[in-house]
Design a protein around this ligand. Structure first.
Ligand code: GLY
Length: 258
């Protein structure tokens, strides 16, 4: 099934080494290696039948390669988020410029103060969106998000996060009712109706795989997750994201897919 035609990515900037990190995966990113991994990521996306728009690095925002956070793109509109981390909030202004190339003004919506919302907390399942209530996304952000979706006949529901940074750090939808779940999401009633693939604790990072037009991109170094995804019948591609992992970033964080 072809669902996505476009992908937006932003090149990592040199300042990424100062990006926000929980320290869960220790070490400073190696910038040169991060660039190479970004090249590989783009090459993998291009194998998934999408046009890839590559935005220039932005040294003002160390985490700006994680373009998933300042916006959410749905089938009917683009929603400019209001990122909850202060050092990242200005990324919304820059992603807007990119999104204006794809959406008319009347199909671009905004999460406004005091609402906060990071796109990494938003998981799309058809016309329904699960939204993590997290350190980055607040109740008001989710309320506004739901109101915007309602205008276009779409819905959302809140999922309270206890442990991880973003919702998609621990749960990702692979279409066809298949969902990768790890840690705190394994037993959540919200996801009971899906065919859940439980990620082993020592491969928790790889819960963050992305489905792109029937291919699933899996991070390098997670054999159990790779086998599980292949067992579901998907074609897979592997990309090493070790330098982004040090900033708590994964495959989904690095692109907007629509
Ligand atoms: N380092 C990515 C983030 O914390 O948003």
């Amino acid at each position: 099934m072809k669902k996505f035609n476009n992908v937006i990515v932003r090149r990592p900037c040199k300042a990424m080494v100062e990006g926000i990190t929980s320290g869960l995966y220790p070490g400073k990113p190696d910038y040169e290696l991060a660039l190479k991994q970004h090249d590989d990521y783009i090459a993998a996306l291009k194998q998934c039948d999408v046009e890839v728009t590559v935005l220039e690095a932005d040294e003002r925002f160390p985490d700006s390669c994680f373009v998933e956070d300042p916006a959410v793109i749905t089938r009917a509109c683009a929603i400019i988020a209001n990122p909850g981390a202060e050092s990242r909030n200005g990324e919304k202004v820059e992603i807007l410029k990119a999104i204006q190339q794809f959406f008319p003004e009347d199909k671009i919506e905004f999460i406004q103060e005091p609402g906060k919302l990071d796109g990494g907390d938003v998981m799309m399942v058809g016309d329904h969106f699960y939204v993590g209530l997290s350190a980055r996304t607040n109740e008001e952000g989710i309320r506004q998000f739901g109101e915007i979706l309602g205008k276009y006949g779409m819905t959302c529901s809140e999922v309270k996060l206890e442990e991880v940074l973003h919702l998609k750090t621990g749960v990702n939808y692979l279409e066809n009712n298949n969902m990768l779940v790890s840690g705190e999401f394994v037993e959540k009633a919200d996801f009971a109706k899906y065919n859940k693939v439980q990620i082993p604790e020592d491969e928790a990072y790889a819960a963050n795989c992305i489905w792109v037009n029937d291919t699933v991109i899996v991070p390098e170094g997670y054999p159990a997750v790779l086998a599980a995804v292949q067992g579901l019948g998907y074609k897979t591609l592997i990309v090493d994201t070790s330098e982004y992992r040090k900033l708590d970033g994964g495959l989904s964080c690095l692109s907007l897919r629509f």
